[in-house]
Design a binder for this molecule. Sequence first.
Ligand SMILES: C[S@@+](CC[C@H](N)C(=O)[O-])C[C@H]1O[C@@H](n2cnc3c(N)ncnc32)[C@H](O)[C@@H]1O
Length: 313
Amino acid sequence: MTTVHTSVLLEEVLDDLSVQPGAVYVDGTLGGGGHTRALLEASAPDGRVLGIDQDPEALERTREFLKPFGDRFQSVHGNFGNLLELAREAGFDQPDGVLLDLGVSSDQLDTPERGFSFRFDGPLDMRMNPDAGVALSDWLAEVEESALAQVLWKWGEERQSRRIARAILEARDAGILTGTEALAQVVEQAVGGRKGARIHPATKTFQSLRMAVNQEMDVLSSGLEGALHLVKPGGRVAVISFHSLEDREVKQVFRRHEGREVSLYEGGSRWEGDEPRVRTMHRKPRMAEERERDDNPRARSAKLRTVQRLETT
Ligand SMILES: C[S@@+](CC[C@H](N)C(=O)[O-])C[C@H]1O[C@@H](n2cnc3c(N)ncnc32)[C@H](O)[C@@H]1O
């Protein structure tokens, strides 16, 4: 089985992390291993990378793909919400850089049995780690209409959240919510059809349900804190996000660690912020060039933010 996932902002990540021969990296979202492979190549001959992923299928496939790098590549199954502990246990304390490339991979989206996509029929699952958590079908079996509408509104920015939530739960109670295709149809009908729209009317619903099932916003802040505490002083943390709420969270966490100088009543100033201190590599997030955006539609919404941990903390 080969990977179909195309890594986004590859050159920009290597540039932001300033990858050096012999350096050590942690990739908290290994996926198809494209970024990790580039890190291994750029840190040759003896650089090392630890890849973490919560998806056992991705890990198995990518271990095979990265076999040529021998013991320069290591991997561990786990959630980057526990990045600090996972990396330290694997002997990767104080790496030169950490990368998080958030969300799902094309491999996950394109596998109908994983239940991520409205483009195929599959079970209502959507768990990135099928060995843990609650599948979408079980989550939907319990959820209240108001809570469902809230998820669609908050994480999907879905303007018709209430109408869609009601339709989904009616379909559930009627026993017709049998899979991803049925769910997509229910959403499409609830909003009155496609109306010539370019994107499928269930896109936002699927995205927000995936974020709820995988508790993506909850683990993001602990993953970011873990990365900042793990990386060595002078090392860098790069994060690619695809969702405005994720990008906002990344920006806010980085800002808190960047801190600010506060003027004191008695004169002078004092730095206030969260430890460890960082500096932002570029104020605006880096986005894909036009060529990459044309070649890879996923790249269109990708935003890269990178900070460097300061030597003095
Ligand atoms: C966008 S893909 C990464 C692609 C990768 N950078 C590449 O070049 O192939 C995201 C991957 O991160 C994993 N993932 C998402 N959230 C995670 C989390 N909280 N902990 C661990 N892995 C996670 C997903 O299972 C998926 O394989």
